[in-house]
Design a protein around this ligand. Structure first.
Ligand SMILES: [Zn+2]
Length: 416
């Protein structure tokens, strides 16, 4: 059997990498930008070349559907997103889109006719870089986005998502038509770069994800009182930053105690008035907490909130908002088993793993059976121009998915 074609994989990824607004400084490809449109045309051309019939939905997701023994049956979907963060890498998203294209090409080359249609999908707006709304397209497909939201969400220049869509021929007011009823999808399988160091450190080929972590974000405001850094005695201070630091130093400890790969991070901190000789009067900071275990996640959130409230008193006031809370997502055990079985048959070094980042697969998981395969990231690096995965590694990830999809679609060779 001839497997996935590494030259073709490389050519497609290199071609997609050229559609960037920042040549020489990584991939910058917003969904409805000129570069996004060039990538769109290229992906459509590759879908056609793989013998798929191509369709775009009202917000610009691209679908390439194969012929099938029974075209009325639900599709087995494969793919990922083709937008990027600003100055990101060439693999986050495109690796999964190219996986979809290659699986379709292998069906064509090996003269396979699936019973369930194969559907390659290339999604817009996963990163949230344009409108601050991650997983926008996959959320729309599962019915979690309405037209009002698309009119409300704006980019940094004040243009609404609906406006940007209209400029390139899409129609936010028809977003309801984007919804794919569960009855039309048999399974969704995504390939994604790991974006962390685990696979590379253990010299593994693929990671088969069983859980996508639950995520919450707290936005904490601590208010004290400004004062002169030289003339205010230490015992008369209401220093908001000192109070914030007590919390920030603790949250990592709560996560460590919880175990189960629970993590907690303060990544954003604003100090007011932010002067070298002024006692800080106000601090706003974030706490991002993730865990595959729902109870551990809630436990760390409660500990963090209690720690914040302990800072209150003696002129210090605390306020907590929680704009984001998503429970851990279990992926489909049967697909996991199939992926593991085929990985083993291919002689791959593999492990089961947790995804610490959100992916489109997460949205589909409420709707259909979902699988997610990770391939190694060099130095664990992502969202960076130096993001890299060897093409031969991507090839291995694609082969596991190809074999699995062949089985799930119940494909048979039409020469036999
Ligand atoms: Zn991604």
């Amino acid at each position: 059997m001839n497997g996935a074609n590494v030259e073709r994989i490389q050519r497609q990824l290199e071609q997609l990498a050229e559609f960037t607004a920042t040549p020489g400084e990584g991939t910058t490809r917003m969904s409805y930008s000129p570069q996004g449109q060039l990538a769109r045309e290229y992906i459509k051309s590759q879908m056609l070349e793989a013998g798929l019939s191509v369709r775009e939905d009202a917000i610009g997701n691209i679908f390439g559907k194969s012929a099938a023994q029974d075209p009325e049956l639900p599709s087995v979907m494969v793919g990922s997103h083709f937008d990027s963060v600003p100055n990101g890498g060439a693999f986050d998203g495109p690796a999964g889109v190219v996986m979809g294209l290659e699986v379709a090409k292998l069906f064509q080359e090996q003269r396979l006719l699936p019973r369930y249609p194969l559907e390659v999908v290339a999604l817009v707006e996963e990163e949230g870089s344009s409108f601050g709304r991650g997983l926008l397209a996959s959320s729309a497909i599962v019915g979690k986005v309405d037209a009002a939201e698309l009119h409300r969400l704006c980019d940094s220049q004040g243009r609404s998502a609906a406006h940007c869509m209209a400029e390139v021929g899409f129609d936010a007011d028809r977003v309801a038509s984007v919804v794919r009823p569960a009855s039309t999808i048999k399974a969704f399988i995504e390939l994604h770069i790991e974006q962390g160091p685990v696979l590379e450190q253990a010299s593994l080929d693929v990671g088969i994800v069983d859980v996508i972590v639950g995520i919450t974000q707290l936005v904490v405001t601590i208010t004290g009182k400004a004062g002169h850094a030289g003339t205010t005695p230490m015992n008369r201070r209401q220093d908001a930053l000192v109070a914030a630091c007590q919390v920030i130093a603790q949250v990592g400890e709560f996560a460590r105690q919880a175990g189960e790969e629970t993590v907690a991070t303060t990544g954003k901190l604003q100090v007011f008035p932010n002067g070298a000789n002024v006692i800080p009067s106000k601090v706003i900071f974030t706490v991002d907490i993730r865990s595959k275990d729902w109870h551990k996640l809630q436990q760390v959130v409660e500990q963090t909130k209690a720690c914040i409230h302990q800072q209150s008193g003696a002129g210090i006031h605390c306020h907590i908002e929680q704009p984001l809370l998503v429970a851990p997502t279990q992926l489909d055990p049967e697909i996991h088993q199939l992926l593991a079985k085929h990985g083993e048959a291919l002689g791959l070094k593999q492990r089961t793993m947790v995804s610490g980042a959100g992916h489109d697969a997460m949205m589909f998981a409420g709707q259909t059976a979902v699988g997610l395969v990770f391939v190694p990231s060099r130095d664990g690096l992502s969202h960076h121009p130096d993001e890299w995965t060897d093409y031969a590694q991507i090839q291995k990830g694609i082969e596991v998915i190809f074999q699995t999809v062949k089985e799930i679609t119940e494909a048979s060779n039409y020469d036999e």
